[in-house]
Design a protein around this ligand. Sequence first.
Ligand code: NDP
Length: 279
Amino acid sequence: MTTNPAIPTLTLNSGFTIPQLGFGVFKVDPEETERIVSDALEVGYRHIDTAAIYGNEEGVGRAIAASGIPREQLFITTKLWNDNQGTESAHRALDESLGKLGLDYVDLYLIHWPTPARDRYLESWLALEQLAAAGKTRSIGVSNFLVEHLTRVIEGSSTVPAVNQIELHPAYQQREVTGFGREHGILTEAWGPLGQGKYPLFEEDAVASAAAAHGKSPAQVVIRWHLQIGNIVFPKSNSRERIAENFDVFDFELSDAEVAAITALERDGRVSAHPLEVN
Ligand code: NDP
């Protein structure tokens, strides 16, 4: 087992802490999930980001059970899929996810997309408040919410989301919604932190030159950028080697100038779906 360095933690507005670096399992084949998540836990990750729609919660659960790691040392997130928005269906969906994960509670439960055409996200949010009160999830948050959706749940409930999980990488930094989050105590979780491999991020000068200067890989530099600007991040990889590489980011620090040069790569370069288009 790799030595577990002190993974930095952030404090959520619920009072619970979250490891700032985790492991994401979007597009990890359900058949391979147990092995891949076991690799990640062996490398030292303690925070896993899954979702009902990924179809791999059972594999995540098997890896957790096989690891023997005490439950309180793990941080597990799953998400409410669009079809299950609503009060009763949200309760049923989390029960199903907990059954698949083999857990009594998750650390964080998220509304996966606002799906504005369904117009049930406020009702779902009120259901998530009940699920937190019942102890089935320690913290609750949202994903892919724009300012208008965040405003509506804040005004219509008594809980501010702990996090907003959004597409975010150097070419697409979503400054409006992250700024709103900062003002309201909502932490930003960056999905697609490496741009999902969909644009030549690693060849950008700002990234490649920092990598050369520190003797690290471009992916490690980008992960470090996220951590240093305060994002929670959980890069995905199927490869044990890259899983370990993405975790090996605690022995160097980018300078302010290097962070600024990477931040300057913003170009409205969204690589995946827009929240208003997913329903
Ligand atoms: P990432 O930005 O993490 O990119 C993953 C891609 O990068 C894979 O193709 C992977 O390939 C490659 N990669 C990983 N590490 C390296 C490396 N060190 N060097 C070179 N290539 C690398 O995209 P994701 O979409 O997976 O985002 C991360 C997580 O965010 C997801 O797994 C999921 O948990 C969450 N997410 C949430 C969404 C939401 O709507 N809330 C939407 C999308 C993601 P390989 O596997 O071959 O290594």
